[in-house]
Design a protein around this ligand. Structure first.
Ligand SMILES: O=C(O)CCC(=O)C(=O)O
Length: 276
């Protein structure tokens, strides 16, 4: 990737709220992470969530802060090309790891990821906050590519988060926020162009935390959709002590390296959120 590629991607990210960078990661990273993902999903942690109801086909499984338990995930999120990419996209001096989120949709999974913005779920605010979404399989719309409402981040408004599944235990937490319900799919489609990139392993999607996005199930009978979303914080990111964010969930808190004791407006300086 040249400096021009990076500059073009940043301009697209700021304008559209999402973009793609091709060929960022080499095959060695992809192979190593595929092995690590197998280990992690074979022995789910306390924070893992099975979004596919028992008895249904496929498996949609997620997990949070995986880097704290697995050395390959830690190397990937702290020492691969990702932190520098996040820094460049944010226009930030530092790249602080917020957390990583594993999102695997096995063949035959019907569960969608609902339309949502990321920021309402999170106890942070700032302009320099973003997600990198990394696929470890070829991903098409039919296997659950992420779709984005182009430019929806520019409204700069937080809508109520949606739980990824009814019985994940997150719904009651999010209700504490008292935010306005998010527009439904029809309203988003009417208002915004929906954009989507089919990706190969090595590519990286970048999205703004206020961009509405969603993915359908993985309808392929054979192709997996293994992905990791990695969230980074830049210079201006500060703790936001709003009630109801995902770190209040006991299964998440229990897995952290140290307890969180931030006041609203603090820089999130902690072993939980290392500078890369
Ligand atoms: O992987 C998915 O289906 C959704 C990803 C997502 O919502 C995110 O990375 O914020």
């Amino acid at each position: 990737m040249t400096e021009d590629d990076i500059a073009r991607a940043r301009a697209a990210y700021l304008r559209d709220g999402a973009t793609v960078l091709r060929g960022v990661l080499d095959a060695e990273w992809i192979d190593r992470m595929r092995d690590a993902i197998e280990r992690v999903i074979a022995a789910p942690s306390e924070s893992a969530v099975e979004y596919t109801p028992q008895g249904q086909s496929g498996r949609y499984v997620g997990d949070f802060f995986v880097w704290m338990r697995d050395p390959d995930f830690a190397d990937f999120v702290l020492r691969s090309p990702l932190p520098a990419l996040a820094r460049a996209m944010m226009g930030s001096q530092v790249s602080r790891l917020f957390y990583d989120q594993l999102l695997v949709k096995e063949p035959g999974t019907r569960e969608h990821t609902p339309w949502h913005q990321d920021l309402p779920y999170w106890p942070v605010r700032g302009e320099q906050v973003l997600s990198l979404w990394i696929p470890f399989d070829p991903v098409t719309i039919a296997t659950g590519a992420v779709q984005y409402a182009r430019g929806s981040h520019l409204e700069k408004k937080l809508y109520a988060p949606r739980a990824f599944s009814a019985d994940s235990g997150f719904g009651a937490l999010y209700a504490k926020m008292g935010l306005e319900p998010a527009p439904d799919e029809a309203a988003l489609r009417k208002r915004y162009e929906i954009v989507c990139w089919e990706t190969e392993p090595g590519d990286v999607l970048v999205h703004h935390p206020l961009t509405f996005h969603f993915s359908a199930g993985n309808l392929s009978p054979v192709v997996r959709r293994r992905a990791l979303a990695v969230r980074y914080l830049g210079d201006d990111a500060r703790w936001d002590a709003r009630p109801g964010t995902f770190v209040e969930k006991d299964t998440i808190r229990n897995g952290l390296i140290e307890p969180m004791a931030f006041a609203d407006g603090d820089v999130p300086e902690s072993a939980n959120f290392p500078v890369c």
